[in-house]
Design a protein around this ligand. Sequence first.
Ligand code: C2E
Ligand code: CA
Ligand code: CA
Length: 586
Amino acid sequence: MSTADGAEALFQQAPCGYLTTTDDGTITRANDTFLDWAGYRRGDLLGTSVLRLLPVGDRILFSTHCLPQLLTAGAVSEVVVDVVAADRSRRACLLTATRSPAAGDRAAELRIIVFSIPERRAYEQELVATLHRAEASEAARVRAEEDLRRQALRDALTGLPNRAGLDAELTHRLAGAPAPFGLLFVDLDHFAAVNASLGTAAGDELLGVVAGRLRASVRESATVARLSGDEFVVADQLDAAAAVALAQRVQAALGVPLVVQGLEIVVSASVGVAVTASPEDTAERLLHHAAVAVHRAKAAGRRRVEVHDPACTDVAVDRLRLLGELRRAVAGGELRLHYQPRIGLAAGTMTGVEALVRWQHPERGLLPPAAFIDVAEESGLVRELGAWVLDTAVAQAARWADDPAHRTVEMAVNVSTRQLADPGLVAAVTAVLARHGLDPRLLVLEVTETALVTDPETAAATLHALKALGVGIAVDDFGTGYASLTYLQRFPVDELKIDRSFVMGLGVNDGDDAIVATCVQLAHAMGIRAVAEGVETEGQRLALVGMDCDFVQGYLFARPLTAGALEDWAPVDRTRDERAPVRTAG
Ligand code: C2E
Ligand code: CA
Ligand code: CA
């Protein structure tokens, strides 16, 4: 359709009647709308006077009022008149007209627009409705834009500010608030295990509950955000003491059991606390300090609060002194090995031991590995320490294997992340086995999930080489890292040692029950053994029997013992009751 055709169609089908006339009112055009409305044929009107369409009273009005005004002002608007239709009935309408004066060889022209009043009303209503719609859609657009802006700064799952939202809020708050300002980095313990064993839907549900509890346990003014995964942040105007108190309140709030997908779960969190020390402390620095603190909290175990220490130098000095002492201890024979029995759950007999290092400190007494392993690992001294442990443990295992008076048992030795990364490890193990003449099948090396994740390529190569020697491989502290089943299948693993923190919750925390059961199933699906560590109660043992766990280790059976004490030790037969239930006489 051409523009001219388009204009003609618009003229003909306009929502109102159109007439054009000469200056003296002779009709030159009439549109379809007018003809339809008034019932005329075009031929009836063209060439006749427009006045014939009006009743007598309105003719006078038009001639004396409208025409002069059109000639002088060029326009009249909305004059109420009646139009006489072809059937002689009168139709009330509004008449609006404009005059275009003569130009060149074109004569002057009147354009008359006729709106029937009902049409006009409908038109007005439509106009008003359209305006309303436009306003509503404008409001909706504004709302949508706001939503979008909010979403960009919010986490969709919990509705809390996300990383970007937190940055924005903190920057704003730190600029406006006088010090001190406190920030809590809240990291759920073992969330990965919940996700892995109960599924991501359960994980999402749990995160939602956690978000709600965090919000509910802080002041209205506090900022609560979700950084990523299972990491949350709470920030508010707090000094160090108030921040620690809040951290404890948050932990208590999170610790109330909750039901997720029909399972009762107890959530715990590690919290790192940091407080602004100077006006120069940025949001980023505060967050970093809190992250360092939470890292320490997690390393120290579940459910802990650690405060970032700006005077870390003191700790560094202490660590340096400790390192010096430990170096002398390794060389000077102050290290000891204790052996903790491992029990076959079905038979109730000891099948092996785990070698656990201790430090006989000249002033501080017998120290557990927690007091020095970190320092050894960080400094690299763990290589020498590890070499001593390996040599001592293999020598002991060989003595027991050669002694007819003693049962032959497997010897499990812990291998740290750094040791596993050491290119000399395979050669060292080969040499130690040869030196003491131990059957390689009696040695199990325990590596942590974290060590496998740190450098998987090297770890896989090393483990395959160790495997080729005939040595067994166990994944220690299983469930605390992030290794998935497919991930683990890359490594030649013989057993999974389920972390003590899950075993602890057996029978009291449905979530832990599910996690342990899943770990056992996982091990069996991979065709390897499941070992539960840290078994302290008969209830835990029975739960593990029900899950078909293969081996157990824990204070319920024995604490780590010296070699001499172990030789005198024999397990209590706890399976007897199961084989032949005790009947009461009578
Ligand atoms: P791990 O390998 O997970 O060792 C198990 C720890 O749990 C041992 O603590 C053991 O005494 C403790 N344990 C065993 N049964 C129970 C129980 O029923 N309840 C409780 N509450 N605890 C129980 P330990 O000997 O203090 O060792 C702590 C960690 O130090 C070990 O954890 C291991 O990661 C590390 N470690 C110990 N010896 C060595 C070593 O020779 N080399 C290396 N690299 N790390 C070692
Ligand atoms: Ca271990
Ligand atoms: Ca362990």
